[in-house]
Write a protein that binds this ligand. Structure first.
Ligand code: URA
Length: 248
């Protein structure tokens, strides 16, 4: 349970770090069946094979497990996190929203496998006027660039307006140096694949730049409105059940 190496734990157990049902146990070979109350240096320990967290990723952190310089999504889980956790899929550094963190490799594989076509829905603000032609192109699938022909995707136009006076939309580094666009469109996009920079590349191919991108859902998981950016919480039993039965 991420408390140390086998060797370290055996030494600590021999020194009396563990109480089983209130009794100090110094034999590292003692078997337990999970019904006991086990205290490790006074703190309860319970074996769980897998952990699942819903993170509302903020901008500025990278979707990696570790990095020598930059803050990773795992850093947001704090220093006591298990070392085998990883982000299930990636969001760009400037993308915010729903990210699943787990150590369940099998579930991750099922969710990320291109064959499974798990829906991912994003809210985006885009510089330019998104039109019904764009909606049709997204619906049909189109040549995004040399290496990507997109699968059919759902594009919904939420609003098309002049740029807000205070330019309060979030920009990525390229856009932040550009002047405010005359027209900004708000859209919702659902894709069933997850290629590198996919949404940005799709809009770029249509001549528009994504200014702000937030993932709202992935398969049956939706972003919890009560979860502030940068916060995380364990998945509920219901969410876990929905995830496990999705894509069967
Ligand atoms: N598409 C992108 O372009 N970026 C993301 O982070 C996710 C989807």
């Amino acid at each position: 349970m991420n408390l140390g190496t086998r060797k370290e734990l055996k030494q600590e157990i021999r020194k009396g770090a563990v109480l089983v049902n209130g009794t100090p146990v110094k034999d590292p070979g003692l078997s337990v069946d999970g019904t006991e109350e086990i205290l490790w240096k006074g703190k309860p320990v319970r074996f769980t094979a897998y952990e699942y967290y819903l993170l509302n990723k903020p901008a500025g952190v990278i979707s990696a497990s570790e990095d020598p310089k930059q803050t990773t999504v795992l850093d947001l889980l704090g220093p006591d996190r298990r070392r085998d956790l990883f982000p299930v899929g990636r969001l760009d550094k400037d993308t915010v929203g729903l990210l699943l963190i787990s150590n369940d490799g099998e579930l991750a594989h099922r969710l990320l496998s291109p064959k499974k076509h798990v829906d991912k829905t994003y809210y985006a603000r885009v510089a330019g006027r998104v039109t019904d032609e764009d909606v049709a192109a997204f619906r049909e699938g189109f040549d995004v660039d040399d290496s990507l022909h997109s699968l059919p995707a759902r594009l919904e136009i939420l609003s098309v307006t002049g740029a807000p006076a205070d330019s309060s939309y979030v920009t990525d580094s390229a856009a932040s140096t550009a002047s405010a666009p005359a027209v900004v469109s708000e859209v919702k996009v659902t894709i069933r694949e997850g290629k590198f920079h996919q949404i940005k590349r799709m809009f770029s191919a249509r001549g528009m730049e994504v200014l702000y991108l937030k993932r709202l859902s992935m398969g049956p998981l939706t972003l919890d409105p009560d979860l502030p950016e940068g916060s995380f919480r364990p998945l509920t039993e219901g969410e876990l059940e929905a995830l496990r039965s999705s894509g069967d």
